[in-house]
Design a protein around this ligand. Structure first.
Ligand SMILES: Cc1ncc(COP(=O)(O)O)c(C=O)c1O
Length: 418
């Protein structure tokens, strides 16, 4: 007999799909361009830090191995606050009190939506967008309003148009605009300084929060503009999200600068989500960000840049010319799109790529499961739109040799259908 609670789980369990990326992680192939895992970590540095901590445990063990404050350890917040001020020109009017530590930036994305959303509240974002944000919007009762993006990322003109159409058709001013300014996931695009300024102006004029997810801020091969957050001198309009997962180690630690009025409800929410982020991980990363990151970042970046260069050349040499790729100057991903809008990259992967030992993430995974959209061509509100002809290709975890072989193979397979 099946106990009744199996059939009466929360409603969202019925309409929220399993993450495509988690599903793909289970597939074993030789040429894996699916997940966005870091493949260049300063392992020797973490060995040193762990030895140091082993010694610290003798005198401070009871604190290091214990619960800590929900909002994060003060000394880590100070270290990260100083780094953000120095490197990103971000002003923290209340010093480290403006920083919140989270268990991954994923928890911060979820927490922000948990705190912000009332039923049917609208969140504006690019189409496609990071699915770790797209799906929780729907899960938590909000409405996604997606806008077209181009090979340079989110387009301010369409964000403004979305706000106006939302007010007219849905009778709601959107609550927030979500943007990955630096080397976006999934497309690898970086927003220009001009667009950053325009987005900030739109947010302040319409009194909307910007959620600026800068997960790939440190993984940059060229100089990029300051974050949108740097314009937010009073710390009112932009929630600025960062993570250690790409530049340090995946110790599940995110760090954000939050507007003052959001801080208390976010800490309240986090208290119910996890009580606190592990103190040991915070101590490890405090040492890393205080003493080591600037010494090892150059080596980390060299590895990613070489992989990016190899992938770029193979796409240019072997992929169908009847398609286009983005031009990532950092981060972990390329986005490639065939011009043929009928091409179904999920079906192609299942039927052709996987049998040939290649995995990528089909583009459709990054489109909302529900919600609204606006298009370039008219001023109407449309249903959700999914394009099937794109794919996200990750170069972060695979060696240059594997990238060369696997991407060449994928390019030749695509040639047969283009
Ligand atoms: C754009 C973006 N935001 C947030 C995250 C979540 O990162 P984490 O929870 O490891 O900090 C990721 C992870 O891939 C990401 O790509």
């Amino acid at each position: 007999m099946t106990p009744p609670y199996y059939d009466q789980l929360a409603e969202w369990t019925e309409f929220v799909p399993e993450s495509e990326i988690r599903r793909l992680l289970l597939i074993q192939v030789k040429y894996y361009f699916g997940g966005g895992k870091p493949g260049s970590l300063p392992i020797g540095t973490f060995q040193k830090i762990l030895y140091q901590i082993a010694e610290e445990l003798e005198t401070e063990g009871l604190d290091i191995l214990n619960y800590g404050p929900t909002g994060g350890l003060p000394s880590l917040k100070k270290t990260l606050g100083n780094r953000i001020k120095r490197k990103d020109n971000v002003i923290l009017p209340n010093g480290e009190d403006d920083i919140l530590i989270s268990t991954g930036s994923q928890q911060m994305l979820y927490g922000l939506l948990d705190v912000l959303l009332r039923p049917k509240d609208v969140i504006v974002m690019a189409r496609p967008s990071y699915l770790g944000f797209v799906v929780p919007v729907t899960k938590l009762g909000g409405e996604v309003l997606s806008v077209p993006s181009d090979m340079n990322g989110l387009i301010p003109e369409y964000v403004e148009k979305a706000i106006i159409i939302s007010e007219r058709e849905l009778k709601r001013t959107p609550k927030a605009v979500y943007v990955v300014s630096d080397s976006d996931n999934p497309k690898g695009t970086t927003i220009s300084e001009k667009r950053r300024k325009e987005l900030f102006n739109i947010a302040t004029q319409h009194e909307i929060l910007i959620i600026e997810d800068s997960a790939y801020r440190e993984i940059q091969f060229t100089k990029i503009p300051d974050p949108i957050k740097s314009y937010d001198k009073e710390n009112e309009w932009v929630a600025y999200l960062r993570t250690s997962s790409k530049e340090a180690a995946v110790l599940r630690l995110g760090y954000s600068v939050l507007p003052e009025k959001l801080m208390d409800p976010m800490i309240k929410d986090k208290g119910y989500l996890d009580l606190c982020t592990p103190s040991l991980n915070q101590r490890i990363l405090d040492i890393y960000y205080s003493n080591y990151i600037d010494k090892v970042l150059g080596d980390i970046l060299r590895v990613y840049k070489e992989r990016r260069d190899v992938m770029q050349k193979v796409i240019d040499d072997f992929f169908p010319s009847d398609g286009s790729r983005t031009n990532p100057t950092g981060g972990f991903f390329f986005w490639y799109m065939l011009n043929n809008e009928h091409f179904d990259s999920a079906k192609f992967m299942q039927d052709v790529a996987i049998p040939n030992e290649v995995v990528y993430v089909p583009g459709q995974s990054f489109y909302p499961i529900r919600g609204y959209s606006i298009s370039k061509n008219d001023n109407e509100l449309h249903g959700n739109r999914i394009k099937t002809n794109g794919m996200r290709l990750s170069y972060s975890y695979t060696t240059p040799e594997i990238i060369q072989e696997g991407m060449e193979r994928l390019g030749k397979l695509l040639q047969q259908v283009a």
